[in-house]
Design a protein around this ligand. Structure first.
Ligand SMILES: Cc1cc2nc3c(=O)[nH]c(=O)nc-3n(C[C@H](O)[C@H](O)[C@H](O)COP(=O)(O)OP(=O)(O)OC[C@H]3O[C@@H](n4cnc5c(N)ncnc54)[C@H](O)[C@@H]3O)c2cc1C
Length: 468
């Protein structure tokens, strides 16, 4: 997550089909086989355990958690991907509670909640009184100068734009923004909205990424009116854990009493089990495919060629995250802040900087600063070089970082192009009901959605295998 405001509460999911809706025959007995030990697969296994259903979780790598990985570099806590999850969708917090993690829950710091917006090489203070990216205080938005006077007035005129008539049709984020807020608003909204999905706004499906905006448009007539009518927020929007997001998969992994195998890549999926890359055949009453689409597609080729082809068509986007550590006295800037967003029209590959130590307590030792600098599709060596350069130019950092590292997410971010829901429905229709796909590539990228998708898939497979 970048240092954006509250947009992640919109990370969305599609419901997992009930087995009754999809149409094939149940398979036999044995454990349910869960392929992939990321948050989705772990949630599926946990749900099966709660129901007393035997399972085998197969993870290709040597650790659980998938993209959720927390590393410790001396006393710095470095997140490779997710650094928090939205609380508005209850599923991740519920899981954390069930595995005893609730006492470890922390929230972003309120006392450092300063954000900047990089436009034309200058850092502007982020507008106040935004809900998501929607301005609820016109004067505060005008003062911020994040758009030209004309662009500002057009954005504020959203309130008078009538709702779209063909409400059931999917559209791209760009189409939605241009239609409701005007062309120039793309520069301000895209970094927040598409930034979360690392997406091309001309491709990103509104139905998949921001269904609540489409719903609000129809219900309240406009997003400004709809957000203004919401009650003031009294509870935190995001949560994380004292020892980092990696606590969640670690705690679930510890709580699983069934069979969990690491270094066990699956090669092929069948209606009655899987074949591992080692050649071993494992029989099961159903399979939950909780691996990313690019890994899942080749596993489906043998028995489910149509599902394999459709899964292989799912697109991805690329990003690179660079993490840098400094002493606080290396900065001219006050680093007690959450970070900055980059104007979409700015001609640089960087999209945002999160001051992780400013945003969350316990991410860097006293007197030190930990940054996360996000890039579009960029060679990691170039990203490392540019990250230092931007931090120097924009935040006045002097000297070398204490350390720097990167996470390479090129080709690893689900793209959710317009029509994704229909595409997913077609994949599901091409699979028997006891073989379910779930997880970031298919059903929603946010961790709450991954938890929900994993648990829903587990229930669906159990019901399908029972012939219900
Ligand atoms: C940079 C970045 C920042 C993010 N920030 C946030 C955030 O702040 N908040 C938030 O909610 N979300 C965030 N996300 C999204 C979130 O982290 C992911 O969507 C989520 O972790 C995906 O979980 P998953 O289990 O579906 O997939 P993965 O985590 O990809 O897990 C899939 C697992 O399947 C395994 N696998 C692959 N092939 C095989 C095989 N053949 N056999 C067996 N196993 C296999 C993989 O090794 C992996 O462990 C972020 C993502 C990125 C990249």
């Amino acid at each position: 997550m970048t240092p954006e405001t509250e947009l992640d509460s919109s990370l969305s999911s599609v419901p997992t089909l009930s087995p009754k809706e999809s149409g094939a025959q149940p398979a036999g007995a044995g454990p349910v086989i869960v392929v992939g030990g990321g948050v989705t697969g772990l949630s599926a296994a946990w749900e099966l355990q709660q129901r007393g259903v035997p399972y085998v979780l197969l993870e290709a790598s040597d650790s659980l958690g998938g993209k959720v990985q927390t590393e410790f570099w001396d006393d710095f806590l470095v997140e490779q991907a997710a650094d928090a999850f939205v609380l508005g969708k209850p599923w991740a917090l519920e899981l954390a509670r069930e595995v005893g993690l609730e006492p470890e829950l922390i929230h972003p710091r309120e006392d450092t909640k300063r954000l900047y917006f990089l436009k034309g090489g200058q850092l502007l203070t982020f507008p106040e009184h935004l809900r998501m990216f929607v301005p609820t205080d016109a004067e505060a938005f005008r003062r911020s100068g994040v758009l030209s006077p004309e662009g500002t007035e057009r954005m504020l005129a959203e309130e008078h734009v009538p709702p779209r008539e063909n409400a059931d049709e999917d559209e791209s984020l760009a189409s939605f923004i241009q239609r409701r807020f005007g062309e120039e608003a793309m520069n301000f909204i895209v970094p927040m909205a598409a930034g979360i999905y690392v997406a091309n706004p001309y491709e990103l499906s509104m139905q998949m990424a921001f269904p609540q905006f489409l719903e609000m448009e129809q219900r309240a007539g406009s997003l400004i009116a709809g957000h203004r009518a919401l009650p003031p927020r009294t509870t935190p929007v995001f949560g994380s854990f004292r020892r980092g997001m990696g606590e969640l998969p670690r705690a679930v992994g510890r709580a699983l009493t069934g069979e969990v195998r690491l270094n066990a890549p699956v090669a092929q999926i069948h209606q009655d089990g899987v074949t591992l890359a080692s050649g071993e055949r494992l029989a099961g009453r159903g399979v939950i495919v909780a691996a990313p689409a690019w890994a899942a597609a080749p596993m489906l080729t043998g028995d489910f060629p149509q599902a394999a082809e459709l899964t292989g068509q799912l697109k991805t986007n690329s990003s690179v995250a660079v993490m840098l550590a400094y002493r606080e006295d290396q900065f001219q800037f006050d680093m007690n802040m959450h970070g900055l967003q980059v104007d979409w029209a700015e001609d640089i590959p960087m999209t945002a900087i999160t001051v992780h130590s400013g945003k969350m307590a316990g991410r860097a030792p006293e007197g030190h600063v930990l940054l996360r600098v996000f890039f579009k599709n960029t060679d990691p060596d170039e990203a490392l070089r540019l990250a230092q350069q931007y931090v120097q130019e924009l935040l006045g950092a002097e000297g070398e970082p204490l350390f720097q590292t990167f996470a390479d997410w090129r080709g690893k971010n689900p793209a959710y192009v317009v029509g994704h829901r229909d595409h997913l429905a077609a994949i599901r229709a091409a699979l028997p009901q006891n073989v379910q796909v779930a997880g970031a590539s298919f059903t929603g990228v946010g961790l709450p959605d991954c938890v929900h998708a994993g648990r829903s898939a587990a229930r669906a497979v159990v019901e399908a295998a029972a012939g219900r």
